[in-house]
Design a protein around this ligand. Sequence first.
Ligand SMILES: Cc1cc2nc3c(=O)[nH]c(=O)nc-3n(C[C@H](O)[C@H](O)[C@H](O)COP(=O)(O)OP(=O)(O)OC[C@H]3O[C@@H](n4cnc5c(N)ncnc54)[C@H](O)[C@@H]3O)c2cc1C
Length: 515
Amino acid sequence: MSSQGMSSQGASSTRTLVVGGGLAGLLAARRHQRAGHRVVLLEAGEQVGGAIAAQTLDRAGGLALNTGAEAWSTASGAVDALARELGLESRIVSPREGLGSRLVSAAGAHRSPAGALLGVPGRPLSAEVREVLGTTGALRAALEPLLPRRVGNRPGATVAEVVRRRLGSAVLERLVAPIIGGVHSADPALIELAAASPALAKGLAEHGSLVRTVRRLRGGAGGKGAAGSAGTRVHALTPTLAALPAALHDAILGAGGIVRTGVEVVGLDRGEGRWQVRTAAGETLETDRLVLACPPDTARTLLAGVGRTDKDRTDQDHTAERARTIAAAIPETPSAPVRLVALALDAPALDAHPSGTGALVAPGTPGIRAKALTHASAKWEHVQRALAEALPSAQAPHLVRLSYGRPGEQLPDQAGIVDLALADASAILRTPLTRDHLVDAAVIDWDRAMRQPRPGHRAALDALTALLDAQDDLELVGSWRAGTGIDAIVRADRSLTERSLTHRSLTATTEGPAA
Ligand SMILES: Cc1cc2nc3c(=O)[nH]c(=O)nc-3n(C[C@H](O)[C@H](O)[C@H](O)COP(=O)(O)OP(=O)(O)OC[C@H]3O[C@@H](n4cnc5c(N)ncnc54)[C@H](O)[C@@H]3O)c2cc1C
């Protein structure tokens, strides 16, 4: 499928081709277009948006639900600004205040402490933290600001290493592991702190303490109240977050760009100073600039193949060789498969919102396989309203979404997963839920979207950036470089925009105004 904008693109004849129409690719396309390039975006799937996607539940009156990302962090304000720029301001929504979320572990279900970052508490002796950790665990955590800066502070250190050494095992197992598992689909022993939370790693290096860093970032030394309850520093869009990629798609078309879906890129080559891009359908497109916004393993394969198709040809500009060097510098960032189960339920007992907005489940919690549950209709008033409209005869319609897929564990089978999800939801929400309550269900698989940065990831990315800085006709973007999450991707795109504006103004002052 191909969509082309009506108005003409910039006057420049420079052509940019973007491979991948997830958020990172759409933002890159818009950025290049704003720089005056003619842009073509190729997306392998049938829709743009990548891990920001939606579908409808037919038996639940056509209710639209997020099948991937559901909200963005408001910490930097970058995504809010983007949404406003795209004319989506009136569709921005906040979660319900005051419900809080839960942490479920072998020790029971507890309210998630407010004012934490990646589970690291800003106030280790607060009642909420003591309830989860016990007094001994909380006292151990409270010692952290007194430890020498060097404890656990080593380049490439994993989350588990830093947190266990500085805050103790209880913080790691009960507060941090559920978040690393539930949000990053990763094992704290295998994920680098600097990649999971650049802010925490930087704060530890600068202030010598994780707890002090969290307090600074989460609002004042007292911290109390300033941070809001856990999970509320997010915004979403009505009816679903898919409105964000849809608006970017429209903006690209509106400025004369071309977006083609269902087009998989399978090969790259170089010749006469341009890139040749081969598609699965056997088409070859030429471009001056190339943006790879596909997963890192695809980018590596594509770049490693440059110049290998025609063995007799010598590359005039050595870019083929440089492409292969860049391919080799792309760090291994394995994907963590995630299986989601959305349940539309008619269950009056859920009106009490027994787990607040939802829960993260610590690894090893007996009797529960899900790693997280979002009670979407408790968290978001717009979801509750949409459910009431879609299911007017239901007594108490609710939407919950559970996620499965812990590192090193097999995903639960498709067959029987709805019953497993009902059992897990019953345990997490402490409310018996059976097929009698079920209105509709959807099972969604994400095989490649969640990336797990391994120790050394940050240093590898720095080395890769140095290589890419020397080659301005190639760009690699995506969450594996920017960091997981919509906010990280938008911020990374914004800093590339700022860099290119600085570059252009420097060029203009040294060479006179561009034609
Ligand atoms: C289940 C789930 C829930 C999440 N929840 C949240 C959340 O609530 N908040 C948050 O901030 N973040 C969340 N995230 C993370 C966030 O959605 C991602 O970090 C972000 O959307 C990734 O964007 P991307 O452009 O880097 O990659 P992707 O979205 O993966 O896009 C890559 C695109 O490249 C395309 N592609 C791949 N190969 C080719 C090829 N050869 N040719 C052409 N196209 C190709 C793919 O089809 C895909 O569309 C979630 C992720 C998942 C999976």
